[in-house]
Write a protein that binds this ligand. Structure first.
Ligand code: MV4
Length: 494
C-alpha cells in the first residue's frame, strides 16, 4: 500500500479524501493557492505545498508543478478529487509517465468517455439502450434534415465535445434545423475547439438517473446502485438521492447491468458514474460516463456502507474490489443537498463573503461534508459550494424529515445560501410524492415566495418546523397509499 499520497484539490473533497487516507495509515500532502493558505484541507494534511496565486490556472490546474512536488516529496500516488485535473487525460498520462500512480481511471477511459460520439461508439456493441440518433457527427445540413425526419421531431442537436448542456439545441420543426445546427456548431467550436455535432431524439421531461460503478485492475466491475439527480437548475445539481424513488428491482438490475457494460467497454478501473435519462414510460437511455469521483458520492456510501475513496485507493494500489456484487444491499435512503453561497431570491448569483456565524447541524442520520469554519471567508475564485448536507433514514420519509430538521438546525450568517431553497424543494408535494423531473425548479420554484419566507430570519426555524409538521401529515397519506396497496379490510371501510 502507498505510504504517502497527494490530493490535487481543495475544500470539502480534499478533506474527504484525506480522511480516508488517514484511516488507511497513508500520509497526505495538500496543495493550495495563495487564497487558501488557512483552508482546512491545508491544516488537516501532514504536509502542504503552495502552488501559486488564487486563479485556478496558476494553482490547482498546474499539473506540472503538482507532479514535480510529488516527486520531490516522495509521494507515490495522486488523487485528483472532482473538477480541476480529474478528467484531464493528459495530466493522468503525465502522472503515470513520471512513475506515479493516478488514483482514477486510465487516460484511455478518460479520453473515450470525454467524447460523446466516441463513448457511444465504444458502448455500441454492448447492447446498452441509447437514445435514437445519428451514429456519428453530421456536417452536411441536408443529411441532418434527412436523419432528423427519420428520428422524428423534436430532436436535440448536441456537441460531441460538449458537457453540462453547452452547445445543445432543441429543434421542434424541420424548417429550424439548419439554422440551429449552424448555431450549435459554432458555439461548440468556440467553447470546445471542436465544432462536431450530432442529432438525437429529444427526450421531453426526462429524469436523470446515474449508476455508480467500480472497476479494478483484475477486470472485476460492479455497480453500487443508482442516484437520482433530477432536481437541478441550469445543469447544476441541487438535490441528489439514493435510491431513486421510481425504480423497480427489475429496472434497477437492468440499469446496473447496463452501467457495468458501459464500464467494461473501456476496461474501466476506479470509481465512475454512468448517466442515464429516463423518459415518462420509464425507458432508460445511456447518456454519458463521468470518469471521476462525483460530488454526490456520499449518498451511495450512506446506502451501501462502502467507502468509495478507500476502494479507489486500493484499486490504484492493484488490489481487487473489497466485495462482490451479490454481497451488496441497499440499506435505507439518503439525500444530499448542495449548500451554495448563492442568493436564490436573486437568480442564484454567488454571494461570497465571511461566515460570521457558522453552526453545523448534528444528530442522527446526518453527514456534513464541508471545508469551512466560523469566521472564514468563502473565496470568489472557486465554486461557491459551502457544504454537502446529507441525511440518511431507514426510508425516504425519514431521510426527508431528518434533512428538514438539519436545515433548520444549520446556522449560516454573513452570506446568502441555498438552504431555504433546499427546504422548499424537499418539503414540496412533488418531491415528497416522487413526482418530479429535470424541469422541477422551473416549474415549482417561486423566488418571491421564498423572499417573503426569508423576510424574518428569526422566524425561519419555527416556520420550517411548522411546515414540516403539517406537510408531513398532508402527504403521508398520499405517499403511503402509493407505497402499499390497501388491504381488502381497509377498502371495505373507506
Ligand atoms: C438530453 C436531454 C433530452 N434528450 N438528450 C443535459 C446535459 C447533457 N449531459 C445531456 N443533457 C440532456 N440530454 C436527449 N436526447 C435532456 C438533457 C437535459 C438534462 C439531462 C440531465 C439532467 C438535467 C438536464 C436538464 C436539461 C436537459
Amino acid at each position: 500500500m502507498f505510504k504517502k499520497i497527494l490530493v490535487a484539490n481543495r475544500g470539502e473533497i480534499a478533506l474527504r479524501v484525506m480522511r480516508t487516507a488517514r484511516e488507511m495509515g497513508i500520509k497526505t500532502v495538500a496543495v493550495y493557492s495563495e487564497a487558501d493558505r488557512s483552508a482546512l484541507h491545508v491544516r488537516f494534511a501532514d504536509e502542504a505545498i503552495c502552488l501559486g496565486p488564487a486563479a485556478s490556472s496558476q494553482s490547482y490546474l498546474r499539473g506540472d508543478k503538482i507532479i514535480a512536488e510529488s516527486l520531490r516529496l516522495g509521494v507515490e500516488a495522486i488523487h485528483p478529487g472532482y473538477g480541476f485535473l480529474s478528467e484531464n487525460a493528459a495530466f493522468c498520462q503525465a502522472v503515470t509517465d513520471a512513475g506515479l500512480v493516478f488514483i482514477g481511471p486510465t487516460p484511455h477511459a478518460i479520453e473515450i468517455m470525454g467524447d460523446k460520439l466516441a463513448s457511444k461508439r465504444a458502448v455500441a456493441e454492448y447492447n446498452v439502450p441509447m437514445v435514437p440518433g445519428t451514429p456519428g457527427a453530421v456536417s452536411d445540413p441536408d443529411e441532418a434534415l434527412r436523419l432528423a425526419a427519420e428520428i422524428g421531431y423534436p430532436v436535440l442537436i448536441k456537441a460531441s465535445a460538449g458537457g453540462g448542456g453547452k452547445g445543445m439545441r432543441v429543434v421542434e420543426r424541420p424548417q429550424d434545423l439548419k439554422a440551429e445546427m449552424a448555431r450549435a456548431s459554432s458555439e461548440a467550436a468556440s467553447a470546445f475547439g471542436n465544432g462536431a455535432v450530432f442529432v438525437e431524439k429529444f427526450v421531453t421531461k426526462p429524469r436523470h438517473i446515474e449508476v455508480q460503478v467500480l472497476g479494478d485492475t483484475q477486470g472485476n466491475v460492479v455497480h453500487l446502485f443508482e442516484r437520482e439527480c433530477s432536481i437541478q437548475r441550469r445543469h447544476q445539481k441541487v438535490i441528489e438521492e439514493a435510491p431513486s424513488s421510481i425504480l423497480t428491482p427489475e429496472l434497477r438490475a437492468a440499469m446496473g447491468a447496463s452501467a457495468v457494460a458501459v464500464a467494461k467497454s473501456v476496461n474501466y478501473t476506479s470509481a465512475g458514474t454512468v448517466e442515464f435519462l429516463m423518459d415518462a414510460d420509464h425507458k432508460y437511455y445511456f447518456l454519458e460516463m463521468n470518469t471521476r469521483l462525483q460530488v454526490e458520492h456520499p449518498v451511495t456510501e450512506l446506502i451501501t456502507g462502502i467507502d468509495l475513496v478507500r476502494e479507489q485507493i486500493n484499486i490504484a494500489a492493484g488490489k481487487p474490489i473489497s466485495f462482490r456484487q451479490q454481497d451488496l444491499r441497499i440499506h435505507g435512503h439518503a439525500l444530499e443537498l448542495r449548500v451554495y453561497a448563492e442568493d436564490p431570491t436573486n437568480r442564484f448569483l454567488p454571494d461570497v463573503g465571511t461566515l460570521h456565524t457558522y453552526r453545523r447541524p448534528q444528530g442522527p442520520g446526518i453527514r456534513l461534508d464541508d471545508g469551512f469554519e466560523e469566521g472564514m471567508e468563502i473565496p470568489i475564485h472557486y465554486d461557491p459550494m459551502i457544504a454537502k448536507l446529507c441525511a440518511w433514514g431507514a426510508n425516504r420519509e425519514q431521510a426527508i424529515d431528518r434533512m428538514l430538521r438539519a436545515i433548520a438546525e444549520y446556522r449560516i450568517n454573513g452570506v446568502k445560501t441555498t438552504l431555504g431553497f433546499g427546504a422548499f424543494a424537499i418539503d414540496s408535494v412533488p418531491f415528497r410524492t416522487g413526482d418530479f423531473d429535470t424541469k422541477f425548479v422551473e416549474q415549482h420554484f417561486d423566488p418571491e415566495k421564498l423572499k417573503r419566507d426569508n423576510a424574518d430570519e428569526a422566524e425561519i426555524a419555527a416556520l420550517l418546523a411548522a411546515r414540516l409538521n403539517s406537510l408531513h401529515q398532508v402527504t403521508q397519506g398520499a405517499a403511503s397509499a402509493l407505497a402499499q396497496p390497501r388491504t381488502a379490510w381497509q377498502l371495505n371501510r373507506s
